[in-house]
Design a protein around this ligand. Structure first.
Ligand SMILES: C[S@@+](CC[C@H](N)C(=O)[O-])C[C@H]1O[C@@H](n2cnc3c(N)ncnc32)[C@H](O)[C@@H]1O
Length: 283
């Protein structure tokens, strides 16, 4: 237990994770932080290959920084690669990160980045030269949907996005169609960008398609047998959703995107169905 509103939990496999007491949510509840982040983000985003082939700054947005398990697992995975990496983390609170740093040893995923995280917490940004890699990590603290809508502070367009909010039922404000429409507008069409998330919900996939993304089936993570991967180019998807999926979506009772930050389940409206059919992925 902790006075910070977060606690450590030990999962069935013995791995430690962080739990938000206020939200009654464990951040990586089944296989643990590192295994989930490696499967969902590092491998699925093909980060090692993409970075190795990249010239110039490689930009990663980390939406829902939380206790930084995703961010740190990614940094550890790419540690030996030369180049320039910029990690932009978004959250409306740094408390889980503060809590995690205090428990870095038990959590076991900091991998020597404790001083970097301490600097990040103190200054809002931190840089590190690790061998041939120049890393810049910065935090943007605030309500992500509000920031996206105003977008008055501009960050470089991402090559990859780690999207890790609580579930749509728990945190609908982070899963609306307006949010993802605004997020898609932040991408540079000339800069291939992919975004995985842990959910395979039809509602989520329809939302991402309508926002402008191409959407595909995502890898299993050990926790989920299937996840979702979106991108602004089909070339980053192994298994784009096809017309069979579209037919299933039409029959689903939970497919219509959230247009406002209120969770509700509904079948597709006629207008959404028309827009889906017109999506370039299904033409
Ligand atoms: C599942 S946790 C993220 C876990 C984290 N990625 C990790 O690896 O430890 C979800 C995070 O989303 C953040 N969040 C929820 N609503 C938000 C909002 N409206 N704006 C910004 N961040 C939000 C929460 O504070 C929480 O840290």
């Amino acid at each position: 237990m902790s006075s910070s509103g977060y606690s450590l939990v030990t999962l069935a496999n013995g791995v430690r994770s962080v739990r938000s007491l206020a939200e009654a949510e464990t951040f990586h509840p089944v296989i643990g932080p590192v295994a989930e982040a490696e499967a969902l983000y590092v491998r699925q985003l093909r980060l090692l290959d993409r970075l190795a082939a990249h010239t110039g700054e490689f930009v990663i947005w980390d939406v829902g920084l939380g206790a930084a398990a995703n961010a740190l697992t990614v940094l550890r995975a790419i540690r030996d690669l030369p180049g320039s990496v910029r990690l932009v983390s978004f959250d409306h609170t740094l408390e889980p990160l503060r809590f995690a740093l205090q428990h870095a040893e038990e959590l076991g995923y900091f991998g020597g980045y404790e001083p970097l995280v301490a600097a990040l917490l103190a200054q809002g940004q931190a840089t590190l030269q690790i061998g041939p890699q120049a890393l810049r990590w910065e935090t943007h603290v605030g309500d992500f949907p509000t920031w996206l809508q105003a977008a008055n502070q501009v960050f470089p367009a991402p090559h990859a996005i780690l999207f890790d909010a609580y579930s749509p039922a728990k945190n609908p404000a982070m899963w609306t169609l307006p949010l993802f429409t605004n997020l898609f507008r932040q991408l540079d069409p000339a800069r291939p960008c992919a975004m995985p998330t842990y959910s395979r919900a039809t509602l989520l996939r329809v939302t991402w398609l309508l926002a402008g993304f191409h959407v595909g089936v995502g890898h299993a993570t050990g926790e989920k047998e299937e996840t979702t991967l979106a991108a602004n180019t089909l070339s980053l998807l192994d298994e784009p959703l096809d017309r069979k999926w579209l037919a299933r979506a039409r029959r689903s009772t939970s497919a219509e995107p959230l247009h406002t930050p209120v969770y509700c389940q509904a079948p597709l409206t006629a207008e959404t169905w028309d827009r889906l059919q017109a999506h370039p992925q299904f033409r």
